[in-house]
Write a protein that binds this ligand. Structure first.
Ligand SMILES: Nc1ncnc2c1ncn2[C@@H]1O[C@H](COP(=O)(O)OP(=O)(O)OP(=O)(O)O)[C@@H](O)[C@H]1O
Length: 228
């Protein structure tokens, strides 16, 4: 099943400048983990912001799980796109415990279902014993797992991750990366990961897209990563 379908997407921050995203098309199947690589400033974060609905394209369409979220006169707001996001800094609410952070996105579920979902998520990321802690009482890797649990809890159609490992030191990065790969596959989660590091892609992605510098056009290369 196709989970994300992008057609002829073009976006510019200003009409005077070259588009940051230029006639970009891409299709992704359910359960795939895709890496977005590219130089600094090439438009990786912008692409995620377009998919999640934080930016509006000049032209093109995006479909998520078969539903047009932008294009053809349609614009679905971010909160209704069923897209999960994990940012570089995890963006956890500092005044909420781990459990409350995960509960945050579950207001649409009945109360009873919410508790069960939080427990499932805590188990998935192996943070059961940290449920009552606050973010500042956790390590960087633990905060990242909570951010992941919070993003996965509402069962998004696709998870978008922007440089999810950039705040972790090299040793931790390797183990967290491996864990993330296992968690995503266990949840059969479709995921797009923006990264500077080709090793991230080799470790957990099914394939990658390389986005070229913004002053070039039609410079998207799609490559299959062959796992050994
Ligand atoms: N709010 C904004 N207003 C104007 N230009 C912007 C804005 N945000 C980003 N840009 C420009 O758009 C281009 C793409 O930015 P983007 O953040 O998507 O790149 P990136 O590939 O994610 O970079 P990095 O790897 O450094 O995070 C850059 O040239 C950047 O300067």
């Amino acid at each position: 099943m196709t989970i994300v379908e992008i057609k002829d997407l073009t976006f510019s921050f200003s009409r005077k400048e070259n588009p940051v995203i230029n006639d970009f098309s891409f299709t992704m199947e359910k359960g795939e983990v895709v890496g977005i690589l590219g130089q600094s400033g090439s438009g990786k974060s912008t692409l995620l912001r377009l998919i999640s609905g934080l930016e509006m394209p000049l032209k093109g369409t995006i479909k998520i799980a078969g539903k047009t979220v932008v294009g053809d006169g349609i614009f679905i707001h971010p909160e209704n796109r069923e897209v999960g996001m994990v940012f570089q800094d995890y963006a956890l609410f500092p005044h909420m415990t781990v459990k409350e952070n995960i509960l945050f996105g579950l207001t649409r579920l009945p109360r009873k279902g919410r508790k069960q979902r939080v427990d499932e998520m805590l188990e998935l990321v192996q943070m059961e014993s940290f449920a009552k802690r606050y973010p500042h009482e956790l390590s960087g890797g633990q905060q990242q797992r909570v951010a992941l649990a919070r993003a996965l809890a509402p069962k998004p159609n696709v998870l978008l991750m922007d440089e999810p490992f950039s705040n972790l030191d090299a040793d931790l990065k390797e183990s967290i990366r491996e864990e993330l790969g296992i968690i995503l596959k266990k949840a059969n989660m479709s995921c797009i990961i923006v990264t500077h590091d080709r090793k991230d892609v080799e470790a957990i992605c099914d394939y990658s897209i390389v986005i070229g510098p913004s002053n070039q056009t039609n410079d998207f290369i799609q490559k299959k990563i062959h796992h050994v």
